[in-house]
Design a protein around this ligand. Structure first.
Ligand code: ZN
Length: 286
């Protein structure tokens, strides 16, 4: 948490309010959350684009002079990070780590505030060539599942080198498909009627097509519903998501499957709590 739908929702909620504004100042309350170039480098620069790659949220900062340096500010919210906007400056609080004042020429300033109780979230600042080219420093990420090019053929190719990986581990691997975490991996496998214990190399063409369809449909629906709020997650204006009301298996162990009424099972797989229905998602015996 947050996964692709939550990060995309945060991006969409911030974009209209931050793009076009320039950075007045950055107050770094917790230096350890900031990596790369120092925060002073972006003072005076203008946010000209927001983007998302997997679970990373990116802002392109353009200089006012052609000779100046442009930057990508890359934010990873990790477990409990929140990036929200406020009209008034937020006083320094225990879990507030970064405060960025954004100016608008004809608008009052606005504050972009980063809070994180677990403190795993990170801001990274990289000099940039152009707004069309994402920073090379991002880790190797697989295809974006919401791009039109994503489908059964591409997923089969991505899975081909990982035939001994179970499906839960394969979906969590950001180099195979970008953006999926624990909640959506379980929901995608339920929607595709595939056991999380099945090996990636055991899928036939029809099963791979079902999995690719489920990756897209579950993530698209979750984006439409502004993500899943179980505890911490909110968008850029402190609004909760509503996909938590649509969860079929995640967090429902012992409760009846919404499709067949058999109890939803839970066990550790790929090091993560994994939820599935053994009747709807038949797999190999343990
Ligand atoms: Zn079921």
């Amino acid at each position: 948490m947050p996964e692709l739908p939550e990060v995309e929702t945060v991006r969409r909620s911030l974009d209209p309010f931050v793009v076009g504004r320039s950075v007045n100042r950055v107050i770094l309350d917790t230096p350890s959350v900031w990596c790369g170039a120092g925060p002073d480098a972006i003072a005076g620069l203008t946010v000209t684009r927001s983007a998302r790659r997997g679970k990373y949220l990116l802002f392109f900062l353009a200089p006012t002079h052609a000779a100046g340096t442009a930057y990508w500010l890359v934010v990873h919210l990790r477990m409990t990070g929140r990036l929200t906007l406020q009209d008034a400056p937020e006083p320094a609080r225990k879990h507030t780590h970064v405060r960025i004042e954004l100016d608008g020429e004809t608008m009052p300033p606005i504050w972009l505030i980063f809070q994180d109780t677990r403190r795993f979230g990170r801001f990274s600042l990289y000099p940039a060539q152009s707004a069309d080219q994402l920073p090379a420093a991002l880790p190797r990420l697989g295809p974006e599942p919401l791009e039109p090019s994503f489908g059964a053929e591409l997923l089969a190719r991505q899975l081909s080198g990982h035939s001994r990986l179970n499906l839960k581990a394969a979906l969590l691997n950001q180099a195979i498909v970008a953006g999926i975490g624990n909640i959506y991996a379980d929901e995608i496998l339920f929607a595709s009627r595939l056991s999380p214990q099945r090996l990636a190399g055991s899928l036939d063409d029809a099963e791979t097509a079902r999995l690719a369809d489920a990756v897209r449909s579950v993530l698209l629906r979750a984006v439409d519903l502004c993500g899943t709020t179980l505890k911490d997650y909110v968008d850029g204006w402190n609004r909760k998501g509503s996909f938590q009301h649509c969860l079929m298996v995640y967090g429902r162990s012992g409760q009846p499957c919404r499709r067949c009424s058999l109890a939803v099972q839970k066990k550790k797989l790929a090091g993560r709590s994994t939820h599935w229905c053994p009747a709807c998602q038949p797999g190999l015996p343990d």
